[in-house]
Design a protein around this ligand. Structure first.
Ligand code: ARG
Length: 570
């Protein structure tokens, strides 16, 4: 039981003595606050809500409660105005928090609420034959962290890469390749080459109107299963995916499914039929749409006048498929904020089709990646290619290591872990809906709120354990060894970790964990600066190392949830 729960339990017992049953344990725990300054106690309980039930003034209630609330965990209970303030028995709490973490290790904070149920998470989902954009990077790292967090709470995440591998642009690409393409070049640098073919197509199409028509024809052939068209498409897809895989490998992200949009081609007729049966399709200028007037949304386009299906139709088919395949507890889509309307429409159409489970579908939107205040786009020439960003980060970190720790054993591996970690953390430390300002300095410094800072703190703590000859036995905390305000701050943070992961899961918000590991790293560094951890006295030293070990465990687990490695030396 955490100490907050302990306090809530004794409060609960006290209220029973006053014959009040309106407040559950959970409710009481929620009502507990942290006093503005530590001199006032560790936990405060405001009595305003009780005042209504008891018809007494809050200060009077606070005074009564202060006399009734008792537990081993509490040194002192005081009434201060309308608040009941609690002073914890810090050594007891400290021993308990450290003991729990030592026992549970990386499963500290695990929960079973997911009951092993599936949660498909649509993440990354780049478009074939186009560069992997910053938006896709955001989706990949945010989605991967959400998957890790859900897994910690007993869900089974299914990472799905819903590749953009279908659409009229593939007809154009085939035309361009047949005219100007060079197999060798495509093989060598697929994305770059396919992108320039696509650009060339548009340039030439301005002079030669027949090109657009040919593009449409080739797309039609592709849809009808024409052998040549199919083979080219498959090849473009394979080559592009090979290139994306390099990025995923660096990021340490893998997928359970790479069914892209094309996978749903043969599943579209059924969607249209179901919509028809449910009487939801209406004609509008020759196209078929689902009306969403009652939600004050524009209609959802299902079939164009030429019979072609759309992005939304494929997402409907994908939703049905995921529900049937995974019988999911929730379905999550980590896609940029600019597609908000698309997903609202999608979920409303599913609701209109009568699917209860549509209520458990979540669009998890995120903001843009900006550079110098402008959107980082892949089209406008100011492209920052992701692979180059990662390579640069790794190189820069490598230089720092060469300078500071040239003897380091596996330098390259560590440079990769820290360089990539810097890029991931730079994204995850802010609430996802905020735009991220891409900044090398901010990303790579070993001080401040960065991945390298947290990783470095973790490595420092590991090195303390090595130097001190730490033995991971059952913690036995020597009296007074951890009596300092710096140690107490670390302990309260360690204790808060499960709550932090809870909030991160509820809000699909990895930044809660990102901010938390920075706070813990800062608190630990302050402790390190003010207390001699490797003390002369063997017992005191070992007690302090137990705290250090708990910090290592929680930092490492926090970093893992975010998708970062935690090297032991750097
Ligand atoms: N390929 C799309 C894009 O880059 C993202 C796909 C998101 N997932 C989905 N199920 N619609 O914009």
């Amino acid at each position: 039981m955490s100490y907050k729960q302990q306090v809530a339990t004794s409060l609960h017992a006290a209220l029973q003595k006053l014959e009040i049953a309106d407040f559950s344990l959970e409710k009481l725990e929620e009502m507990l606050e942290t006093p503005p300054n530590p001199q006032m106690g560790d936990i405060a309980f405001p009595c305003f809500q009780l005042a209504k039930v008891l018809r007494k003034a809050p200060p009077q209630i606070a005074a009564e409660l202060a006399g009734l609330v008792k537990s081993d965990y509490l040194d002192k209970v005081e009434a201060v105005g309308p608040y009941m303030n609690v002073f914890l028995n810090r050594s007891l709490v400290t021993a308990e928090v450290i003991g729990t973490i030592a026992k549970e290790g990386s499963s500290y904070g695990n929960r079973s609420i997911g009951q092993g149920r599936n949660v498909p998470i649509d993440l990354s989902s780049p478009n074939i034959a186009k560069p992997f954009s910053m938006g896709h990077l955001r989706s990949t790292v945010i989605g991967n962290a959400i998957a890790n967090i859900l897994e910690k709470h007993g869900y089974r995440p299914v990472r799905i890469n819903h590749l953009g591998d279908w659409g009229t642009q593939f007809g154009k690409l085939i035309v361009a390749y047949k005219r100007w393409g060079d197999e060798e070049k495509v093989r060598a640098k697929p994305i770059k080459e396919l992108l320039s073919l696509y650009i060339k197509f548009h340039e030439e199409a301005e002079k030669d109107e027949s090109l657009e028509e040919q593009g449409r024809e080739w797309f039609k052939r592709l849809e009808d299963g024409d052998e040549e068209a199919r083979q080219l498409w498959q090849w473009f897809r394979d080559e592009s995916l090979k290139e994306f895989m390099k990025i995923y490998k660096l990021l340490g992200v893998s997928f359970d499914s790479t069914h892209g949009e094309a996978f749903y081609n043969d599943k579209m007729d059924r969607v249209v039929r179901l919509l028809e049966e449910k009487d939801l399709l209406v004609e509008s200028n020759g196209a078929l749409v689902v009306n969403l007037d009652e939600y004050e949304m524009p209609p959802c386009l299902i079939k164009k006048s030429d019979g072609a299906t759309l992005y939304a139709t494929r997402d409907l088919a994908a939703a049905l498929y995921r529900h049937e395949t995974y019988d999911f507890a929730k379905a999550v889509y980590v896609v940029g904020n600019e597609q908000r309307l698309h997903f609202q429409q999608l979920f409303r159409v599913l609701e209109k089709m009568g699917y209860e489970w549509a209520k458990e579908m979540y669009h998890v939107p995120f903001g843009m990646m900006l550079k110098d205040g402008k959107k980082m786009s892949t089209r406008k020439g100011q492209v920052v290619l992701l692979e180059e960003v990662l390579a640069q980060a790794i190189e820069d970190v490598g230089k720092v290591i060469d300078e500071k720790n040239p003897q380091l054993a596996n330098k390259e591996e560590v440079a990769r872990q820290v360089g990539v970690g810097a890029v991931i953390f730079h994204d995850l430390k802010n609430f996802r809906l905020n735009d991220v300002n891409f900044s090398w300095e901010e990303m790579l410094t070993f001080e401040g709120e960065t991945g390298p800072y947290v990783q470095y703190t973790h490595a420092r703590a590991c090195s303390l354990l090595r130097k001190g000859g730490y033995r991971a036995d059952t913690p036995d905390i020597a009296e007074g060894a951890l009596d300092s305000s710096e140690a107490w701050t670390v302990v309260t943070l360690l204790n808060a970790f499960p709550d932090v992961v809870d909030r991160a899961r509820e809000q699909f918000d990895p930044s809660q964990v990102g901010k938390y590991v920075v706070d813990l790293a800062q608190a630990f560094n302050k402790y390190y600066a003010n207390v001699r951890i490797l003390a002369e006295d063997e017992q005191i030293k070992h007690s302090r190392l137990h705290l250090v070990s708990a910090v290592v465990t929680v930092l490492r687990e926090g970093l893992r949830l975010l998708g970062l490695a935690a090297p032991e030396e750097m």
